[in-house]
Every structure is written in structure tokens, then in C-alpha cells.
Design a protein around this ligand. Sequence first.
Ligand SMILES: *[C@@H]1O[C@H](CO)[C@@H](O)[C@H](O)[C@H]1NC(C)=O
Ligand SMILES: *[C@@H]1O[C@H](CO)[C@@H](O)[C@H](O)[C@H]1NC(C)=O
Ligand SMILES: *[C@@H]1O[C@H](CO)[C@@H](O)[C@H](O)[C@H]1NC(C)=O
Ligand SMILES: *[C@@H]1O[C@H](CO)[C@@H](O)[C@H](O)[C@H]1NC(C)=O
Ligand SMILES: *[C@@H]1O[C@H](CO)[C@@H](O)[C@H](O)[C@H]1NC(C)=O
Ligand SMILES: *[C@@H]1O[C@H](CO)[C@@H](O)[C@H](O)[C@H]1NC(C)=O
Ligand SMILES: *[C@@H]1O[C@H](CO)[C@@H](O)[C@H](O)[C@H]1NC(C)=O
Length: 798
Amino acid sequence: MGVRNSPCFFFMLSVLFLCFCLNIHLSFGADTISANHSLYGNQTIVSSEGGNFELGFFRPGNSSKYYIGIWYKKVSLPTIVWVANRDRPISDIYSSELKILDGNLVLLNESRTPIWSTSISSTTSNSLVAVLLDNGNLVLKDGSNSKHLIWQSFDYPTHTWLPGSKIGFNKLTNSNQLLTSWKNSEDPAPGLFSLELNPNSSEYLILWNKYQQYWTSGAWNGKIFSLIPEMRFIMDVSGQVKQLTWLNSTKEWNLFWSQPRQQCEVYAFCGAFGTCNQIVQPFCNCLYGFKAKLENNWKLNDYSGGCVRRTNLQCRNTSTANGERDRFWVSPNMELPVSPKPVWVGSAAECESTCLDDCSCTAYAFESNGCSIWLGDLLNLKQLSEEDGRGKTLYVRLAASEFSSAKNKKGIVIRAVVGSVAVVIFFGFALVVIRRWQRTSVGAAKAVEGSLVAFGYKDLQNATKNFSEKLGGGGFGSVFKGKLADSTVIAVKKLESISQGEKQFRTEVSTIGTIQHVNLVRLRGFCSEGKKKLLVYDYMSNGSLDSHLFHGKDSKVLDWKTRYQIALGIARGLAYLHEKCRECIIHCDIKPENILLDAQFCPKVADFGLAKVVGREFSRVLTTMRGTRGYLAPEWISGVAITTKADVYSYGMMLFEFLSGRKNSEHSEDGKVKFFPTWAASVTAGGDILSLLDHRLEGNANAEEVTRICRVAYWCIQDDENHRPSMGQVVQILEGVLDVNLPPIPRSLQAFADNQEHIVFFTESSQSQSSQAPANSVAASSQARSSSSTTSSPEHDK
Ligand SMILES: *[C@@H]1O[C@H](CO)[C@@H](O)[C@H](O)[C@H]1NC(C)=O
Ligand SMILES: *[C@@H]1O[C@H](CO)[C@@H](O)[C@H](O)[C@H]1NC(C)=O
Ligand SMILES: *[C@@H]1O[C@H](CO)[C@@H](O)[C@H](O)[C@H]1NC(C)=O
Ligand SMILES: *[C@@H]1O[C@H](CO)[C@@H](O)[C@H](O)[C@H]1NC(C)=O
Ligand SMILES: *[C@@H]1O[C@H](CO)[C@@H](O)[C@H](O)[C@H]1NC(C)=O
Ligand SMILES: *[C@@H]1O[C@H](CO)[C@@H](O)[C@H](O)[C@H]1NC(C)=O
Ligand SMILES: *[C@@H]1O[C@H](CO)[C@@H](O)[C@H](O)[C@H]1NC(C)=O
């Protein structure tokens, strides 16, 4: 029985539209602004060496205003990484000037008034120069050869973190370096969201309006990005921190990490009286009776202005508006606003009148645990789906006249006249009872969910057209294709087998549900209603790797370049699981069937149902054997505790399959077992490396890359786990950053080779190789763990 749940096909929708469409001008070549050489009009300077960055005036989007900024020179989508005069734009670039003046780099506006300056008081030298470096840092120094930096833009980051710059307290400038989002995509002035370092705990925090914390990183390791120059780390206008890499193939920025994961977790994202809705776009809407305060900003996805009343409240003034008092609009399924004020009253009617009697009261809620009222602005409201079950009912105060205009709205209006209070109470209690009942039935999953979407069963039934398009099936259930309301294509895994399904469900939600990486399949959410357990992923249009690797007939043969990129991508995903997550995760079942490919053949490690979470402090975990025969590390078979190196072993075994394009162990026609890694050993030690290749590739491969893959594979399957590289090292080797030596051939493989009487194998991939590599006939022990291509059925921990 296979442990994987069949070809699951997922698609990672991680393209982010961050196109601050900009107007940028031509460069005049140099990288320096000096006393003799100022900058105006459409001139720019470009960093020398790599020519990676450019500085000059730019205009964000359709804005008519100009700013001095630094952007990527080689990335075709204009992308600003730093802005000098964030909140003091200019409108005429030909009469403005960026120049060295009185010991500073200064921006003069049209009337020659300094509107931005490096503001150093110490130097007035004439040899002062401003140089744009190839890492995106603009530095001010005394003479172009000077090593001493008087000022640098890295000390004053704006919304983008670049490798080499720091976020945290800077003792030299005595200032806190932080990232602050733009106001909106056309206005680089500091917005409401910022990313800062808490100096006490070395944790990164995201703050709203500089004080309200809504996300924290735990300790973050800045080294991750140093190897990938086309990467940026930004505090986005959405209030999320985003990590993006430039995809040269599609010419787009690819989002591969963001926190908080969900837009609605961003504190007060929709502003006062705005409600955030995670499932239906746009994210923000105004409460009934309210309208956007700044219509234009809403269009630019800047919701921070929030909403204002269409009609002012009467408060206690009964002498107008037909003598009617304010009333309450019923908003069901809400996550209630922040800062409630508890009131000790016993009934909904008393709760309501308490609010009505206070002119600053804007809403109330009454449920089994009592009455809460809100004074002033309502912040951080969320609209939940009815199936979600966590929703509460909020009663929002509106002027009486709002209700006459809403007469036709299917009975949502509850008239706050004495006669119907009873109805309100009844409904209120009924809702509470229903919600509580729903909550208990889904409670277990909610606790581990973190930021995932809890879907209702009905939602998923609709999304998959009643589970009509099956993508595959396996031991734990079936996978169906579906489409969300916002057109996102999803894959829904419906778990069937009761006890194992339940366990796999919890493991999967609690491991992959909390992390994000471009090479790990993304879990969007789940559904847990009684026995109904479903997992919702991004849809991957190219299915699982095994179908491309082993069954080339119906699908195209994967070319070498793609194979290499897939191997590298998987290594990156595993390195992330092992080394970069808050808790170390061992996947425990790495094999081609559990690698999914998106439309661009970007690999995603999937199927975390057998994964083990190992705390950072414990590197080993004792677990019953799990995984798949043929990929199992020897220590597992001998029953000792395993480490992340067990995944490294499985990965190594899989690399051999990248080379040969077939399963490592195959039964030949005469019933004998062939074992590729043993056979390949002799060639790796000195032979025609390309002869190892899948013959369908017809030798079209880079011999150096083949050698590298081959050596890595042998290092990964060393008997002693201490001799195996970490996945991080594998990534570096495959990226060409680290060299790799000739590996020793693992003794377990030699054992196969020494014992020749059993089986001869693998001479068929090309005729010529038999003569070049006479030792290519080796044997495999019949009891070898790797000699069977069947999978073990996993046992489960208690
Ligand atoms: C500025 O120009 C003067 C004369 O043309 C020259 O001597 C001086 O070296 C220049 N300064 C810089 C910083 O290039
Ligand atoms: C830059 O300005 C110069 C002089 O004003 C002009 O000749 C040139 O066409 C401009 N280039 C662009 C790309 O606007
Ligand atoms: C700029 O304005 C044009 C026309 O009004 C519009 O089509 C385009 O979408 C706008 N671009 C941006 C980035 O807002
Ligand atoms: C230049 O800046 C000064 C100071 O902010 C301002 O008073 C002046 O109006 C600006 N000039 C123009 C043309 O905008
Ligand atoms: C750090 O600790 C100091 C002293 O205990 C305290 O005043 C300060 O508020 C703390 N900062 C943060 C961001 O928690
Ligand atoms: C991106 O692709 C272009 C050709 O399409 C190439 O010239 C350029 O060097 C590539 N850039 C990177 C960073 O690989
Ligand atoms: C009541 O409303 C009327 C008409 O809008 C206004 O003239 C009057 O001042 C209001 N009274 C109070 C106490 O607000």
C-alpha cells in the first residue's frame, strides 16, 4: 500500500503584483555625484562593477510627483528599493537638483530650497562624493578612494531590506533602523506599517502606527538571503512583510514568503468601521451605513483611512429626524473589534440601552458571557464565513434614517423598539448556541490552525462541483480539483481512512500549515466537520515528479536542465524545513511521488502526513519506521533515533533516479533485481559519467553538473549519517558555491557489489558503456532493503 495520497496536483499562486509602474530615465553612466557633478532632470547614476542599481528621479505610477530613488537596473519591472524625499516630493525635475552642498548630499526643490539632506554637520570638504555601490547602498565619503563612510543609505532604509543593510538599533547614528511601508503604491511617504527589531528579545515585530504589535518573527536569520542577490525583503503597503525573488524566466517578482500570512491578520487593515474579509475580494468593505473616507485611496488598496458614517448619529436628540432614536444594525458572523468595554448587565435589552445612553458608544455585542460595548472607532473588524463558526454578532449603531433606506434588505434589520427586543434576544441566544455547538465539533482543528482558512464543507463542495473532478487517490483518500470564489484553482484532499486519515490530517495541518516556502507545497486551509476532514492546497498543474521522471511515454521527457533545477529546488525546500523553520521538521517520506510540479516545473515538497517535528534543542527523534522502501536510511532500519539526515539519505536515493530516469531498483525481465546506485559507483569513480544518464536524454547534459549530482548523491547515502552533508550544504554544492570531493562508496553498496552471485544488472542504457566500464555488472543482495520497489505500510506512533 502506498503511503502517498496519489498524484496530487497543486498550483502555487504566488505571483505578486508589486508593479509600482514607474517613470525612470536614462543614465549618464557614472556612479558618483561630486562637487563638480550634480544630478538633475532625467540623469541617473549607475553602480559600477555589476551595474545592479540605479539612482535618479522617479515618478510612482500615475502620480505627478517626483522623488529621488534607487531601483534595480537589471530587473525589467521598475522596482524601487530606497527613497530619499519620501514625504517631500517635487514636481519639476529640471529645476530641482541633487548635489553636494556644504558637506552634505542635498536635494534642492524648484525654488532652490533644500527639502532633503544627509544632514551631517562634521565635514565641509570639497572632495566629498556620493557613490552608488553595487549592493544598492548610496554612500557619502571624503574622496572617492576613502574607505571611511560619512553617511550611507543603508543606515536609513525605507520600505525595502537589501542584503547588507540592517534592521535594528544603530549605535553609530543613534537611531532605530526600521522598514516602513509606503502609504500606497503611488505615495512613498511613510505609511502605517513598520517592521522593527525589539532590542530586548532580538525579535522582529510588525507594528501598526508604531505601537500596536500584530506579528513577531521569533529570531530571524538574516543569512538566508546573502546568496541570492535578486531578492528583496519589503514592508509592503498591505501591512505584510514580503520576501520576493526575481524570476528571470517570467520577468516577475515571485512572492515566496510573507507574514502575517493572511491579509486580515494585519492589524486594523481596513481602518475604522471597515471589515476585513479573507475569502472574497476586495479584502475591505465598510460596515452597512458607512462609506470609504478616502475613496481614491481605497482604489489604491490603501484602506487605512477607514470608513465614515453616511448619516450622523442623533445621539439623544429626539427632537429631529421624526423623533426617532438611533438604532442598531445586526452584523452577524463577525470577529469583534478590539478594545471592548465590558458592562455588567443581564440582558441584551439592557446592553443595548447602555450603549444608546452613551453618545460615544458605537456598537455592542451580547452573548452568553455578557455585554460588551465599544466607544469611538471600531477597529480590526473581520467578516467571517457562516461556516467558520467563530463569528459573533455585532450590533452597530446607526442613525434611524439608515433603516428606512434598507427596508427591502431581507429582514436583517431588527427594529430596536421595545416590542421586538424579545426577538433580538431569542435570535441572539439561538446564534450563540449554534455557534458554540459548531465550535465544539471543530475545536480540535482550530487550535492548530494558526493562520489557515477554516473552510466550510459546503464551500468545498461547491468549489469542487461536488467533488466531481478527481485528480488522484491513495491510501488516505482522494484529491479533487476545485476553484475558489476568487478563481484560485485548488486541490482538495478528502481524507477517508478513519484513524490514519485523522492523524495525517493533524500532522499535515500542524507542520506545513505554519510554514511557507516556494519549494514547499502551500496548504491554504482545511475543513474539519465531524468525520469530514479535508485539506486545501494550491493546485499544481504538472502533477507529481514520478509521472515525469519514470513514465516518459505520455509526458515529455524532462530535460537535464529542468532535472537539475528540480533537484536544487527540492534541496532548498528541505534545507528550509530542516534549518530555517522555527522548529526543525523531518519530512520522513521523500520520494518522487511526493514532489509536485507547478506550471513552470518549480518543485514543491508535498505530503507531510508522516513528517516529524523535532524541537530546535533536540536534533533526534525516535520514531517507528515510516517512509518508503528504497528511500529509507539504514539507521531507521536498525531502530535508532533519526535526524534530518534521514531525509538527506532519501534525497540522495532520489537523485540517482534523476540521473537514470528510472526507479533505483527494478526487476528485469529475467526476474532479477537491478540496483542502479551500486552499478553507477564504478562509473562515478572514473568512467564516462554521461553513460549513467537516462538514455532518453541522448547525452544532452552538462557533464560537470552530472558529476556534481552523482557525487552529491553518494555523499547523501553514506552509511554514517555524520558523513552525509546537510541539505544546506547540498544547496550550496548544487549552486556551485561549494565544491564536492569524490565520495567514498558506502559499504552497504559495496556489499552488494562483492556478492556477485545473485544478480547482474543494468547494462542496457547504452551499448558503448559495457566496454568503457567493464565493472558495470554487479549484484544486489536479495534481502537488501532497497531491492524492492514496494512501499512499506507506515506504522504510527502512539
Ligand atoms: C572638480 O573640477 C576641478 C577642475 O575642473 C578638478 O580639479 C577637481 O578635481 C574636480 N573635483 C572632483 C571631485 O572631481
Ligand atoms: C533627457 O534629457 C535630454 C535633455 O533635456 C533630452 O535630449 C533627452 O531626450 C532626454 N531623454 C529622455 C529619455 O527623456
Ligand atoms: C494610470 O492611468 C491610466 C489612465 O487613467 C490607467 O489606465 C492606468 O491603469 C493607471 N496606472 C496605474 C498604475 O494606476
Ligand atoms: C520648495 O520647498 C519650500 C520649503 O518646503 C517650499 O516653501 C516651496 O514652496 C517649494 N517650492 C516649490 C516650487 O514647490
Ligand atoms: C526593552 O526593555 C526596556 C527596559 O526594560 C523597556 O523600557 C522597553 O520598553 C523595552 N522595549 C520593547 C520594544 O519592548
Ligand atoms: C536574465 O535573462 C536575460 C536574457 O533574457 C539575461 O541577459 C540576463 O543575464 C539574465 N539575468 C540574470 C540575473 O540571470
Ligand atoms: C437636535 O437637532 C437639531 C436639528 O438638527 C439641532 O438644531 C439641535 O441643536 C440638536 N440638539 C442637540 C441637543 O444636539
